[in-house]
Design a protein around this ligand. Sequence first.
Ligand code: HEC
Ligand code: HEC
Length: 563
Amino acid sequence: MRAPDRNRTHLPGPRPARAVAHTATAVVLLLTLPHLAAPPHLTAQDADLERGAELYDRWCAACHGFEGDGQGPAAEYMLPRPRDFTGGIYQIRTTRGGELPTDDDILRMIDEGMPGTTMPGWEGFLSRADREALVEYLKSFYPPFETMGEPEAVDFGRAPRATDEALEQGRILFDSIECYQCHGGMGRGDGGSVPDLEDDWGNPIRPADLHMNWRFNGGGSVEEIYRRLYTGMDGTPMPAHSDLVDAGIITEDDLWSVAHYVRSLSPDRPPRIREVIRVDRTEPGELPSSVDDERWEEAEAFYIPLVAQIIVMPRWFDPSVKAVWVEGLHDGEELALRLTWHDPSQSPDPAWMEWQERILEAMEPKEGDELEAGPRPDRFALQFPRSIPDEARFPYFLMGDDRDPVHLWRWRSDEAGIENAIAMGMTEITPLDGTEVQADAQWEDGRWRLVLRRSLEADNPDEEIEFEEGVSIPVAFYAWDGDHGEEGTRGAVTSWYFLHLMEETPVTVYVAPVAAALLTAGLGILAVLRAQRREERAEAPVPEDRPVAPGDGHGEPQPETGG
Ligand code: HEC
Ligand code: HEC
């Protein structure tokens, strides 16, 4: 990651969230490359199957196994595990629950991959003919594909409109048809059934976090969600709801309203990842210090994905926390940050002990240093360099080293609360008698919110970071879910991001935007009036879902010339 210059005015642009998933996949592939030299397994008769087999052994077998049984050498490093193709079980189908998928269904998963898992998409990488050959080869692992003939795709119809009533109806049905049992009341994957959920192969499986539709295996649009609700996801506990429709308990429209409700829990577009977290300045004394303070509405939330810590031993391939949202404000004296992350339990919670045991069993056996299941708190840490680094010289992002230590704020969910520390590597951490950091934390409905507040100046400036306006300060984040068996090196990490404390805006600079805003608003009103007059003349009603208003996301209204 690049270091921004100290007085940077242009913040770096966004970068798509998918990039991170691909990096994770690349790491897994690299780890398994030595195994790719295993002898090819050629059972195929005709040329297509032979081509499919060749491609499969080369690109898929490290995860899915040379026999198609899901037991590739890399398999035990991932949850969900790679699919075992020998049982004909496919999650993402256009066919009814329990039926085989169509060729197009399989092709689509190969093309697009499954976001939120290690299954990569191959569309830009293999030709269509090759991907079709792979479909044929996968089917050969389960002979009934040949004897049963092509299954029939369901006609799902078209999505009705997402009216307020539909969304409300969807919310009510979410409870009454018991989605909450698994997905949790607010849909964050924290339902009471989760600790003993398992897939068809006996592995622990977590329900999707319904607030992150960009991580759904089969896609995040309302149409795709409806299909998953209707057909279920074979091989997982996610049930097919077509039987409720067939039995007349709910209608198709009811199920569409659930799909609309689920869709509404995620933002319109997947969040962009930005390297610089903007920390706006508020009036002195107006800084929030509790998680519920309304003044947080003034701050923009920055989405930061976390990835598995797979560098320092013992590594950890199944991090529980997928992302943190960071909001920041400062008042020239103090800095306040609100950190929000999803975590299905307030650890340590005895109801989740069984889950922890199953996760440790599924993910542990490889690397010695076995971890016992036990009551562990949730933890979160922020890492800073001890002083603002020059140019590109940053401490090592995994908690520094003995030459270049880092300053930590370490928080835990038990009485210990927050403390300052100095780290010289992930396992060399010593408490530091530093500037007081105030913390306010709250866990509710599968979500932690944590507010941290500290003076910009530090008591101990040789060891602790001092915050300055107009300067980008490196920061990295770490999260551990205790009930997921996480502590020490086993957790979720980021590399360096930057906190940028905005400077007080000089009055002269301030006046110009106000004038510009007034002018734009004036032009906007003009445009609306003109449009209304045109409508009246044409006697065409304004469509309900496309109100004519300035600033509706389609760009600023343009002043018209003539009329
Ligand atoms: C890095 C590991 C990895 C590699 C390489 C990989 N897969 Fe997968 N694949 C997975 C995982 C993990 C799943 C299961 C995800 C889940 O169950 O949520 C999966 C699932 C699938 C599915 C099941 C889709 C469904 O609807 O259930 C298909 C089909 C598939 N992979 C095909 C392939 C093909 C073909 C290749 C090679 C071109 C390939 N995979 C390479 C990890 C991998
Ligand atoms: C018995 C537990 C259970 C129930 C009940 C349940 N789900 Fe799920 N659901 C799951 C699991 C587990 C997954 C994750 C499957 C995976 O990632 O492989 C999932 C996945 C999903 C997904 C993500 C689909 C994708 O493409 O990845 C959506 C959306 C969803 N469920 C919505 C619902 C809704 C809405 C209901 C109620 C109508 C519901 N679920 C009921 C367990 C359940």
